[in-house]
Ligand binder design. Structure first.
Ligand code: CP
Ligand code: NVA
Length: 314
């Protein structure tokens, strides 16, 4: 079976900003088809046959690395993972020259970096597609899997109220907000004022929002969850922010997703977390393991979405 996909070949995926609503929907549709084919044991075209995909990681990863490696295998390609610290970069080779070398052998780069500007440097030099596997500013592949999960669980994303509780300006919340608004959902970000989403970025994603989508910012968790269809949380201290731990632990203490907070939300609310979770901090065991939690379906969807991204871009 051939997929009916519009080609996005050769494009980079650094953020969702240069992907239209239609293109995002196309990625999700293909992911959903690929999920169905995998589950029903049907034949999948090896779209990456003969292709080598370089996975360049500066930070730890479980899901992103694994889902990309498995996705590449399932599409008939060859994944090459090298940690940043094992490259000649640590002996002084420039990032630019490293990218030139990767371009000599590989067909795409999947990169997880601290600084988003490094990702932009990689993309500037590279003639092969570059996919963001998480930077300080964005986690677009995660947001796509999140939207697929919301559509599966709620039947749609338009008019759905997605409430993010935690660090409103972190990579996960920024990309999720951009995706939800583009797809017609409403985003409510519950965060201490100091950690709210960057105002200029909020303006930017509001400009690209679909029809009546709204972005609401509040620092009141109970108000925030009252009409929630989805409650989403993430760690309070993202990778690279360890030096701010003490202050963040203090500031986010009141922003835990626990059963008391859940009692203010509708009964059919779903609980999401990009994972890894710090159980007992941003979310309690009973909530993440409870009947409303969809975190493992959400994690599984990373695989199906990575396959769709690779098929369309590479
Ligand atoms: N959600 C996510 O990106 O997980 P990893 O850090 O394990 O890849
Ligand atoms: N915001 C988290 C996401 C981890 C997947 C971080 O950057 O560490």
């Amino acid at each position: 079976m051939r997929y009916n996909v519009r080609s996005m070949k050769g494009r980079d995926l650094l953020t969702l900003s240069n992907f239209t609503r239609e293109e995002i929907k196309e990625i999700l549709k293909l992911a959903s088809e690929m999920k169905y084919l995998l589950k029903s044991g049907k034949y999948v075209i090896p779209y990456l046959n003969g292709k080598s995909i370089f996975l360049l990681f500066q930070k730890p990863s479980t899901r992103t690395r694994l889902s990309f490696e498995v996705a590449i295998h399932q599409l008939g390609g060859f994944p090459i993972y090298i940690n940043w610290n094992e490259l000649q970069i640590i002996r002084g080779e420039s990032l630019e020259d490293t990218v030139r070398a990767i371009n000599a052998y590989c067909d795409a780069i999947v990169a997880r970096v601290y600084k988003h500007s490094d990702l932009e440097t990689i993309a500037d030099i590279s003639r092969i597609p570059v996919i963001n596997a998480l930077s300080d500013l964005a986690h677009p592949c995660q947001a796509l899997a999140d939207c697929l999960t919301i559509i599966e669980k709620k039947g749609k994303i338009e008019d759905i109220n997605v409430v993010f509780i935690g660090d409103g300006n972190n990579n996960v919340c920024r990309s999720l907000s951009e995706a939800v608004l583009k797809l017609g959902g409403n985003m409510i970000i519950v965060s201490p004022k100091k950690y709210q989403i960057d105002p200029s970025y909020a303006e930017f994603i509001k400009k690209n929002a679909y029809k009546n989508s709204s972005l609401i910012l509040t620092d009141n968790p109970i108000e925030g969850v009252k009409e929630a269809d989805v409650i989403y949380t993430d760690v309070w201290i993202s990778m690279g922010q360890e030096s701010e731990s003490e202050e963040r632990m203090r500031e986010f203490k009141k922003y835990q997703v626990n059963s008391e907070l859940l009692s203010f939300a509708p009964n059919d609310v779903i609980i999401m977390h990009c994972l890894p979770a710090h159980r007992g901090l941003e979310i309690t065991d009973d909530v993440i393991d409870g009947k409303n939690s969809v975190v493992w379906d959400q994690a599984e969807n990373r695989l199906h979405v990575q396959k769709a991204i690779l098929t369309l871009l590479v």
